[in-house]
Design a protein around this ligand. Structure first.
Ligand SMILES: [Zn+2]
Length: 344
């Protein structure tokens, strides 16, 4: 039902992933992506494959007339497009190219969701795979020279906050989806307990595991690492960027706490406490912080500490790398959960 006074709902009539006008224009101008062309069509003007071409993101220009219904895809087509894009995420060897392509096309879908005013319960189905995509590719590409974490995080937060807004107006959302979204939110915001409590208070019927949040608030970071390693794969990846930052604080605190010219601490034990992959990773980190060490021990002496060592190095984490689903993340992104929400 439409609210009084609100503009009439626009109905999209484009039944393909890309409106014909855009497809022909991009074909003519040579602006098709490698993923969108007819196999074998080469040269300066390759042909568009309508089954592979997906509408690009375009910034709305001021003063332009509103989009024509023939340029807008109904919500069911948007969902099929999301599924098509997630299906491209089946091969880790071209992760950067997939990431760039899918990120742009998902952004166009979100823009269209706003124009079409897609109902919140349907938005939740569209947004969850997008959220997982930005979490998973943020980890896969974290050491890629062209990867911009700030930009990826902006897309991820946009999806996450839209999901939370939808949950507020959809009290009958299935519990599995609600838990999934909240777990991601908690994982990403452990360092901001007030906002986590605020969100959780709005969902009084949900049982959220607050062990991690409590350990974080008590600065029991050894236990935080221990619990984080046992999370489900998506919240576990979501939490990892916070854990990397916290290792800096932990090592600095130990250095200050054990400060003495004679104090030494087992590197193996540090690797275990803060869940490093190898003792070599600990040594790289100690070097970055200016803490000296030999083969087996770190020497904690405050005067050596580098105060502003720059942003932390993004080491891989064994607890994530051991998840086989990351080699071909498609199924993880599509979300083969116990609920049926994503199967429609
Ligand atoms: Zn569900």
């Amino acid at each position: 039902m439409e609210r009084m006074g609100s503009p009439p709902q626009i109905r999209g009539t484009c039944m393909e992933m890309c409106p014909e006008g855009e497809l022909l224009l991009r074909q003519r101008e040579g602006l098709l992506h490698r993923f969108e062309i007819v196999e074998g069509s080469k040269g300066k003007r390759p042909l568009a494959d309508p089954l592979k071409t997906v509408k690009c993101f375009a910034r709305p220009a001021a003063g332009m007339p509103p989009a024509a219904p023939s340029d807008l895809r109904p919500k069911e087509v948007l969902l099929n497009t999301v599924k098509y894009l997630m299906n491209l995420c089946n091969d880790a060897s071209n992760a950067w190219e997939v990431f760039e392509f899918v990120t742009d096309r998902l952004r166009a879908i979100r823009q269209e969701m706003t124009i079409l005013r897609v109902p919140p319960e349907y938005c939740l189905i569209l947004l969850q795979p997008m959220m997982r995509f930005h979490i998973v590719y943020g980890y896969i590409l974290s050491n890629h020279s062209r990867y911009d974490n700030t930009l990826n995080l902006a897309h991820l937060n946009e999806c996450l906050h839209k999901c939370l807004d939808c949950l507020e107006v959809c009290p009958s959302t299935c519990d599995i989806c609600v838990q999934h979204i909240l777990n991601i939110y908690v994982s990403m915001n452990l360092n901001n307990p007030e906002s986590v409590i605020r969100i959780i208070d709005k969902m009084p019927n949900q049982k959220i595991d607050l062990k991690l949040l409590n350990c974080w608030s008590q600065k029991n970071f050894i236990r935080v690492f221990h619990l984080a390693a046992k999370l489900e794969v998506i919240p576990k990846i979501a939490i990892y960027s916070l854990l990397i930052k916290i290792r800096d604080e932990c090592l600095k605190n130990i250095c200050i706490g054990f400060n003495s010219v004679n104090s030494k601490f087992s590197i193996k034990r540090l690797a275990c406490m803060f869940s490093y992959n190898t003792v070599e990773d600990v040594k790289k980190h100690l070097t970055r912080l200016g803490i000296s060490f030999n083969e087996d021990f770190a020497f904690f002496n405050c005067k050596d500490l580098i105060q502003n060592p720059g942003s932390p190095v993004n080491y891989r984490w064994w607890a994530i790398d051991s998840e086989h689903c990351l080699k071909s993340p498609r199924d993880l992104l599509l979300g083969n959960f116990a609920c049926d929400c994503h199967k429609s």
